[in-house]
Design a protein around this ligand. Structure first.
Ligand code: SF4
Ligand code: SF4
Length: 497
């Protein structure tokens, strides 16, 4: 990439938002660091006639962790495009390239987990390894398990499709559960099976969010293409896709699908549909909804997931284009995946509404605090886990955190030397609220949040599906999670911003 094209793209974002200004006040309560800096730079430029430099624009882009809390998805897409342009021009450091590839890190460390845990748990090897990986010296790295989820699933034959007559799902576990917290993925399988759902674990790679955040476009597209191929094949075979990770769900339902209803593939299929309906717009509308609906046995009301065109006239008259980040990937497949993907809590909640959830549970006593992560909020499905945990005898659960609270971890960004302090600061308001509740168990469906909680809080942290799994298998009590051990984890929290 020649010249300052990246700077020009970033500048467009600044100009657009400075023109609109909505997020100046709207995001005041959010932990977003991007907008305060954007308006600071913009105001300075106006007041002092000092132009925003390309380096300042680059630094500004790094402050967005794609939490999704702001108003405009297309502005977020433009932020990512500008980031991509900087990386295409300036390159990515080898440390970041390694860190964003969670699977590769797991392959290296997971081949000798005891050794990796030993080296990462002791000085001076821990500091040396963290320096090599670009990880902040105070970041507490989770222990590598002896066996990852993929090996466990393979032993149980879940990697193959089996002929079944009832409900069946393709489980997209996400790399954090697959390689770092396999107990969560195992619990997801057990809870689904307990409820009569047949589980298939298709070949899968990272959902692509970590590399998207780093501006590594080639890697993001490589994994997205792989997942698109394998997940679409599962959908064509009648599987629904279920995610236990809210970030993966957000990626598959929203980010991947953005703009897909304006893609050439969808327009062509829509045109064909109109011809087949002989111009009957009512019938065509019905088919459109059917195309966008999930197939989980009708438990979920059919509703397209990723923003189809609002009206037929508008659709044909407006020359709107697919402007989504993933617009070069097949639009029909993106829609098929988005419309058949469920958050695991959402799926179980739908089962419950259909009267098919097994409510025969043992007690899991304790005062629990539940935090709904940002990427769950972005899915607009409410907080299904909160209600599901409410069904567990003995569990008392209350919500913690306001809509704009965020843990600040942002996938692997929180591991990075340069982002660690920012990430802790972003999450500090939420951490204070959790400390006020002082729960016996802290519950959240995001495993990145779990890493951040383990960094700064003294509570045992669980994915809600682990609570359900314990409720179903009364003989296996929940493990008491170890608390963070480093001095970093015990130090006082900085105040937000
Ligand atoms: S993100 Fe959208 S709403 Fe917010 S300031 Fe920018 S243009 Fe306005
Ligand atoms: S996605 Fe989150 S961090 Fe990025 S600009 Fe929007 S609110 Fe800020």
């Amino acid at each position: 990439m020649q010249g300052d094209e990246p700077g020009r793209l970033a500048r467009q974002v600044v100009d657009r938002c400075a023109d609109c200004e909505l997020c100046r006040d709207l995001m005041e309560d959010a932990p977003c660091l991007f907008f305060p800096q954007l308006f600071r730079l913009h105001d300075r430029e106006k007041a002092e006639n000092r132009k925003i430099t390309s380096a300042e624009l680059r630094g500004l882009l790094d402050l967005c962790n794609m939490c999704g809390l702001c108003s405009c998805p297309d502005v977020r897409t433009d932020i990512m495009r500008a980031k991509d342009a900087f990386i295409a021009r300036d390159g990515l450091s080898p440390a970041i390239r390694l860190l964003e590839d969670v699977e590769r890190v797991a392959r290296i460390c997971g081949s000798a987990p005891r050794l990796a845990n030993l080296l990462l748990g002791k000085e001076p090897s821990a500091s040396l390894l963290k320096r090599l990986l670009g990880v902040h010296r105070e970041r507490v790295v989770p222990e590598f398990p002896r066996e990852g989820f993929a090996a466990w699933a393979r032993r149980r034959g879940l990697h193959e499709k089996h002929p079944v007559s009832g409900r069946k799902v393709a489980y997209f576990a996400g790399c954090t559960a697959r390689v770092l917290f396999p107990d969560v993925a195992k619990a997801a399988v057990e809870v689904l099976e307990r409820n009569g759902v047949s589980v298939y674990v298709p070949e899968q790679k990272c959902c692509g969010m970590p590399s998207l955040l780093e501006g590594d476009r080639p890697f993001t597209f490589k994994v997205a293409e792989f997942n698109l191929r394998h997940l679409d094949a599962a959908v064509q075979d009648g599987y629904d896709i279920v995610c236990s990770c809210p970030t993966c769900g957000y990626m598959l339902k929203k980010v991947l699908c953005e703009g897909a209803f304006y893609s050439e593939e969808y327009r062509a299929s829509f045109k064909k549909m109109m011809e087949e309906a002989r111009g009957d717009t009512g019938k065509a509308a019905e088919w459109m909804v059917r195309d966008g609906a999930g197939s989980n046995g009708g438990a979920t009301p059919p509703s397209p997931r990723c923003g189809p065109p609002q009206g037929f006239t508008q659709y044909f008259s407006a020359h709107l284009q697919d402007e989504g980040y993933f617009r070069s990937l097949n639009g029909l497949k993106r829609i098929a995946i988005a419309s058949h993907t469920y958050d695991l809590g959402e799926y179980l909640s739908d089962l419950d509404q259909a009267g098919e959830l097994d409510r025969n549970m043992g007690a899991v006593p304790g005062r629990m605090a539940y935090y709904a992560p940002c990427h769950l909020k972005e899915q607009n499905i409410g907080q299904p886990w909160f209600d599901l945990i409410g069904l567990v005898p003995g569990a008392s659960i209350e919500k913690v955190g306001a809509p704009f609270d965020c843990c600040g971890m942002a996938g692997v960004m929180g591991f990075k030397r340069e982002f660690h302090e920012v990430s802790i600061a972003m999450g500090s308001r939420l951490m204070e609220k959790i400390k006020e509740k002082n729960p016996d168990k802290l519950v959240s469906d995001c495993l990145s949040c779990r890493i951040q909680f383990n960094q700064v809080l003294p509570y045992s942290v669980y994915h809600p599906v682990e609570i359900l799994s314990a409720a179903y298998g009364a003989a296996a009590p929940l493990p008491q999670r170890e608390r963070p051990s480093s001095a970093a984890a015990r130090r006082s929290l900085p105040s937000p911003r």
